[in-house]
Ligand binder design. Structure first.
Ligand code: OKP
Ligand code: ZN
Length: 344
């Protein structure tokens, strides 16, 4: 399987994440990509290619123009305002505020365009997000033109990013950008299967009222885990999109057999949809050792996951989402891709 990777994804080198009431070194680090790449290169999986630049058009096909401009200018404006730390939201158009105006100041706009507080915007954040979506686009292009599977080593991840909001370490929704790109290239039905521990609220929101992109997600129950306000089983889509969002929330500590039985249900729904392309939002934070997640996958279970997904027999693009147990991240990712290739 071909991997797509860009060195520019390392341009995001944030120093701070708001975690458990303290500013800590972000879990979502450039080291994650380096470790996956190192492990991939020791495996027989195949070549790693760099993407070309696809520009902003595929981003603006799913994201709001004002949002994209904000991301591009935020760091410079934050610095010009003389703030010492990294750019972080600390006020929102919350439920009890009118919230009818987009403020002028960068601090006000941060709250408008953020859905969570943990994620900072820094010097290279925009450029890394651009590289990340280019990786996704190159991977999906390869699958579209060849029918062969591909892996986009995206970073920062994307699935929490909504049409006009960042958060949960995500800025551009790489999976949504890739899926829309496939639609615009003429594929009529595209499915996104999100196996990250956290619900892909952004992907869900972007396609919520659409029947052409099926979104299926298995994740930690939002009643007790991030992102808390999305990912419930009764969120099934809106209007023409009714029935084209499918959520499988599972409690923390869920056993792998239960997770895999849920995957069987998810796969039945995916097969009924008969997608011309499958995008897998691949979060390996379902690993038992993940520091911020609570599922119980062991290293070998990731091989099983890859094998099962190959049974769908669909043109498939894997895009990297989460995974924070850095010492095992390379093995876990390569295991999924190996399992898929062995059955493909
Ligand atoms: C990004 B992705 C844990 C709080 C979680 C943000 C999690 C973002 C996950 N104490 N904060 O889905 O892997
Ligand atoms: Zn996650």
């Amino acid at each position: 399987m071909l991997t797509f990777h860009s060195d520019k994804t390392s341009l995001r080198q944030a120093r701070t994440e708001l975690h458990d009431g303290a500013l800590v070194t972000p879990f979502e680090s450039p080291e994650r990509v380096a470790l996956i790449l190192a492990h991939l290169k020791q495996s027989p999986l195949g070549e790693v290619r760099a993407p070309h630049a696809y520009g902003l058009a595929p981003v603006l096909a799913v994201h709001d123009t004002g949002y994209v401009s904000f991301l591009e200018s935020c760091w410079q404006r934050w610095q010009a305002a003389g703030h010492a730390g990294e750019a972080m939201a600390n006020i929102w158009p919350a439920r009890t505020l009118p919230g009818k105006h987009i403020p002028e100041s960068v601090s006000g706009q941060l709250g408008y365009y953020a859905l969570a507080a943990e994620t900072s915007i820094t010097q290279g954040t925009f450029d890394a997000a651009m590289a990340s979506k280019d990786v996704a686009l190159a991977a999906v292009s390869h699958t579209l033109s060849s029918g062969e599977p591909s892996f986009g080593l995206c970073r920062p991840p994307g699935h929490h990013a909504a049409r006009d909001q960042f958060g949960g370490y995500c800025f551009f929704n790489n999976a949504a950008i890739a899926a829309q790109y496939a639609r615009d290239a003429g594929k009529t039905r595209v499915a996104i299967l999100d196996v990250d521990f956290h619900h892909g609220n952004g992907t869900q929101q972007i396609f919520y009222d659409r029947e052409d992109v099926l979104f299926v997600s298995i994740h930690g129950d939002p009643a007790v885990t991030f992102p808390y306000y999305a990912g419930y089983a009764d969120e099934t889509g809106d209007g023409p999109g009714e029935g084209f969002t499918v959520n499988y929330p599972l409690p923390p500590g869920t056993e792998v057999v239960t997770w895999l039985a849920t995957l069987d249900q998810a796969m039945a729904r995916l097969q009924a949809f008969a997608p011309e392309l499958l995008v897998v939002s691949l979060g390996v934070d379902i690993f038992e050792g993940d520091p911020i997640s609570a599922f119980t996958f062991k290293r070998e279970d990731f091989v099983t996951l890859g094998e099962r997904l190959a049974q769908l027999q669909r043109p498939t693009t894997f895009l990297m989402e989460g995974g924070y147990a850095v010492e095992d991240i390379g093995v876990n990712v390569v295991n999924v891709l190996r399992g898929f290739d062995s059955e493909n």
